[in-house]
Structures are given as C-alpha cells and as structure tokens.
Design a protein around this ligand. Structure first.
Ligand code: CAO
Length: 416
C-alpha cells in the first residue's frame, strides 16, 4: 500500500530523542529516512541504559524504527563528499546537534541551500536563534525548566518538578514534524526549500500556554480560583504549583482507591464538571447534595472542595480503581484509573489499536514500543525494527552511484 510520504527522502542527522522522534514519525508515514551516524559509535543512545549486552538499547530502538543507518564520518573530506551527494538528492535534512555543530562541519544553512535550494533544513535547538541562551546545549529537564513547566508542576510545598512526559524532547520533535510537513506543502507552491527551526524552550512553553493564561489572570485579580490555594491559602505574584488540580474550569484531583496503602498506583483521577453535579451526587449515593445550597454551585463547593474529595475517597475505599471507573463511567463522569507502564504494556485495547506494538529485532529479539498515536482511515503505519549501526551503508552508497570498490575504500578510510 502506498503511503503519503513515499518518495520523500530525509537525511536524519539527529541523535538522542528530540530529533529521532520527529524523523521516526515521518518514517512511519512513508518517508525514506536515512540516519547518518558516526562510524564505530553511532547515536549515543545505542549504548545508553542497555538491558542486553551488545544489543542496541531500547532507548535507541524505540526512537529509530523504520529508518536506514548510514555510517559516515562527516568531518572527513570523503564523508563530506558523500553527504553533499545525498543533500543534492534529498528533500529534507533534520538535525539536532549542539549549537553551531553543523556550521563547524561546513554545512551552514547558506551552504545547504546552495547545494540544494529545494531542500528543507529542519533543526532542534534548546533555545531559539538570537535568544540570550542560544549557545546552550539542552536536554529534556533543562528545557522543562526553561519553558515554564517545572515552576508550575508539583506541589506548592515542594520544589519545582519535572514531568515524566518528554515535553522537551519528543514534544519538540512533534512540533518539528509539523514544521517540516508545512514546509513541504509550501515547497509544492513555491518550488523552494526553507529553514525550519524549533526550540525546546518554545515547544515546552507552547504546552504551558494555560499557565501564561493564569499569570495574566493572577496579575489582574490576584488569585486563581481553580487552584488549591483558593480561597484559604496565599498567592504570590507568580503562578503557583497546583498539585493535581484540574487546570480548566472543572476541579479534579487524584483520589485513593481500595489498596492504596500498599499499591502506589491505586488511584483514579476524578473530575467535577459543573453540569455533571447531579450525576456525581447520584453515583456517590449523595442525592441530598444536589440541591443543597452548600454544594449546588461550583462557587459554593470550592471553599470545601477537599472535604468533597474526602467524601468521594470514602466512597472509593472498597472499590479498586478499575471498579470505580466502571461505575463512574455510567454517570458520564470524566475519570480514569492511574495506569502503570506495566498495565499499559499489557492493555489489549492499546495492542489492538497499534499504539503498543511488538517489534521483532534481529539482535534483541522482540521489544515493545509505542506505535503511531495518529490514526488514519487510509494508512496503517507499520513499525519495523530500528537499523543496526551502518546496516544500510552499502545500499545507500550504491544508490548514490558508488562502485563496490569505492564503497570498500570509503569503509577503509572510515574504519575506527
Ligand atoms: N561524523 C563526524 N562527526 C559527527 C558526526 C558524524 N557522523 N555526527 C556528529 N558529529 C559531531 C558534530 O559535528 C559535533 O562535533 P563538534 O562539536 O566538534 O562540532 C559533535 O559530533 C556532536 O556534538 P553535539 O554538541 O551535538 O553533542 P553533545 O553530546 O555534546 O550534546 C546535546 C548533545 C543533545 C546536548 C546537543 O546535541 C544539543 O544541545 N542539541 C540540541 C538540543 C537537543 O536536541 N537536545 C535534545 C536531545 S534529546 O534529550
């Protein structure tokens, strides 16, 4: 079956997570993604946190499926020559090296544009060009701090907290993928490539949009009524950490279920939607709350919202998180069990939808990964194994017109 990005050739000059997450997504959708790696070592994640000696680590395999691997020392003249050939016939180059690395290699935007004016050059950096921190190297947690996520995550009496979700890495990669696809559509109209740049700080901040909303509300009125600090606590002049409070107009919290004393994940998230108050009262066996003036409106409930949550926890005390959700879903109450990675890995629905996939790998044996979270009516992305280091070097060089002897010579020059 043909795929939407068939025929789009991408030089994948990425490493670690932010860049590889972007190119992996494009590979799932049909792009021919050639990962250019340093001979001998390759992407650093091949070796990071290995669980099987001498086999590519899961960190690598889970971010580099459906790609080819070409080993090339792009600091040597022979390697640069190959890269130039590849650039001339590719549609996109994606990179996430430290600031200035591509320029130092001799492949500035101007040079790339000269080599192939139709090529889209896509970059991830920690901070945007011209930012006073644009010389910094950045990893996930650094970005979460710089993008406003850390100062607004966690509890008010604890330190700023990092989210487990890769807001700095994979999220930035997803932003970059949108930029690349936009530039490809733009190229269809203009015939010209362009530079697409996404910073990790900007991508985190984009997901923290509602916190900037809250800062402006706080500046104006001095309080935020949906935060646990309201009405009994204090607000400073910056958006506080709100624990597990619901971020929009409906209060919510993580509540204990049966077994919480021994199971750290025996919890559900419970949301109190204003218009669902009557069903909530019915579900909890508290019909008298429906018209009680102390409970009837969101404003009336807010001052004692934690007493309400405590009452809900009493109701939950003899129900597992799954039993509770099965009851509450019948009342249309937005809620979910707090699921562990083990539960998600074994979830039959996620297996059936292709969100959790098992991928055969020639060295590791099969491993689990997260497949495409984007579902299409006419495309079923199939996840194939990540490439071994240099697995496609000969194939790619041959496609560029190199003879067997030239390929042999190149390999000799690059041998480490
Ligand atoms: N052949 C020869 N040299 C190669 C090569 C190849 N195939 N591929 C890479 N290199 C060289 C680069 O030219 C560069 O050399 P110089 O620094 O001498 O110019 C070097 O390898 C890579 O440098 P780097 O700065 O990218 O690597 P690092 O490990 O020091 O930093 C990171 C890693 C992620 C902090 C940095 O790349 C970065 O800030 N990237 C941008 C932000 C980003 O994407 N971060 C998210 C990473 S996911 O958590």
């Amino acid at each position: 079956m043909s795929k939407p990005l068939d025929g789009i050739k991408i030089i994948d000059f990425t490493h670690v997570q932010a860049g590889p997450a972007c190119t992996q997504l494009l590979a799932w959708f049909g792009a021919d993604v050639i990962k250019v790696e340093r001979p001998g070592s390759g992407d650093v994640t091949r070796n990071q946190l290995r669980d099987i000696p001498d086999a590519d680590a899961l960190y690598f395999t889970m971010l580099n499926s459906n790609k080819k691997s070409l080993t090339l020392d792009t600091k040597k003249p022979e390697g640069k020559e190959v890269l130039e050939k590849l650039i001339r016939e590719s549609d996109v180059l994606v990179e996430n090296f430290g600031p200035g690395a591509l320029d130092r290699m001799g492949f500035s935007w101007e040079r790339l544009n000269e080599l192939n004016p139709k090529m889209i050059v896509a970059s991830v950096k920690g901070f945007s060009d011209g930012h006073h921190y644009d010389d910094l190297k950045v990893y996930e947690n650094v970005a979460q701090c710089a993008g406003g996520a850390a100062s607004t995550t966690g509890f008010w009496d604890g330190p700023p907290t990092i989210s487990a979700a890769a807001l700095g890495d994979s999220n930035t990669g997803m932003h970059l993928a949108i930029g690349i696809l936009t530039a490809l559509i733009g190229r269809d109209k203009t015939g010209k490539g362009q530079k697409v740049a996404v910073s990790m700080q900007d991508s985190v901040l984009n997901l923290c949009r509602v916190k900037l909303r809250d800062q402006q509300r706080l500046d104006r009125v001095g309080y935020l009524e949906e935060y646990p600090q309201y009405p009994h606590g204090e607000f400073s002049d910056v958006v506080p950490r709100g624990g597990n409070a619901g971020g929009g107009g409906q209060p919510g919290w993580i509540l204990k279920c049966k077994g919480w004393e021994t199971d750290p994940n025996a919890y559900i998230y419970f949301t109190i939607q204003g218009h669902a108050w009557a069903p909530i009262c019915k579900a909890l066996g508290k019909p008298e709350w429906i018209d009680d003036p102390a409970y009837k409106t969101a404003e009336a409930r807010q001052p004692h919202i934690f007493d309400i949550f405590a009452t809900i926890e009493e109701w939950l005390a003899d129900k597992t998180k799954f039993e509770a959700v099965d009851i509450l879903r019948k009342f249309d109450i937005p809620c979910a069990p707090v699921l562990t990675m083990k539960e998600l890995a074994n979830d039959p629905s996620l297996r059936a939808s292709g969100t959790i996939v098992e991928v055969p790998h020639s060295v590791r044996g099969s491993y689990l990964t997260v497949g495409s979270p984007i579902k299409f009516s006419d495309l079923k992305p199939e996840v194939t194994a990540s490439p071994l280091l240099g697995e496609h070097t000969e194939e790619v060089l041959a496609s560029l017109g190199y003879s067997q002897q030239e390929i042999f010579n190149l390999k000799e020059i690059q041998a480490v």
